[in-house]
Design a protein around this ligand. Structure first.
Ligand SMILES: C[S@@+](CC[C@H](N)C(=O)[O-])C[C@H]1O[C@@H](n2cnc3c(N)ncnc32)[C@H](O)[C@@H]1O
Length: 186
């Protein structure tokens, strides 16, 4: 598990199980596998959906180029406060639904995103919202950019596949619970 894992993060996830879809933050093994397609020397704009306690956010910030921006969209106020406390000028945190990516990019004057990393609990989000999120992700990704999503089941893999040019599945046992990674390329 992540070295900076705090008991209070578990409590926040449990209290908000209907929007978090989990009781424990991602392990380092899952984070490393999820983010492995990113070439950090080239990426200048990353988007993170559902950052929660920031375990993936911190890992991205640690490897990101000084000129790279990370835009994080999170619906939970407590997590938003925790993310803002990371106090990194490259990180732009929005207390917003993942479906609002186009509005936020327009506000920031950004046209294309290099990669999108998502830990959204797609399995418990309404179907039309999932469709809007996937469509917006694809619209705003650059050609060749990756959409990396972890899930505890294959339930939403069929939603993802038609939206991207190429999709493949990976799996890691080294997480609680073990997780599938949907790795998609535009
Ligand atoms: C499974 S937790 C992941 C937390 C952390 N990224 C991790 O991997 O441990 C999912 C997160 O997605 C957030 N979330 C759920 N629905 C969302 C939505 N529609 N837009 C943005 N964030 C959302 C939840 O509040 C929660 O923090």
């Amino acid at each position: 598990m992540n070295a900076r894992l705090k008991f209070s993060d578990h409590i926040k996830l449990i209290k908000n199980i209907r929007t978090s879809g989990t009781i424990t933050p991602s392990s380092n093994a899952l984070i490393n596998s999820l983010t492995s397609p990113i070439d950090f020397s080239k990426a200048r704009c990353l988007v993170e959906l559902g950052p929660g306690n920031g375990c993936i956010t911190r890992s991205l910030l640690a490897r990101m180029h000084a000129d790279c921006v990370l835009i994080s969209l999170e619906v939970n106020n407590d997590f938003v406060a925790q993310l803002n406390a990371l106090n990194d000028p490259r990180l732009k945190v929005y207390n917003a639904c993942a479906s609002s990516i186009p509005t936020i990019l327009e506000e920031l004057g950004i046209e294309r995103v290099d990669h999108v990393v998502s830990s959204l609990p797609l399995a418990i989000i309404e179907k039309d919202v999932v469709a809007a999120i996937l469509e917006n992700v694809s619209e705003n990704l650059r050609e060749g950019g990756h959409f990396m999503q972890y899930q505890y089941s294959l339930k939403n893999y069929d939603d993802v596949k038609p939206v991207f040019r190429n999709s493949r599945l990976r799996f890691t046992l080294r997480n609680m619970p073990p997780a599938f990674i949907y790795e998609c390329t535009k």
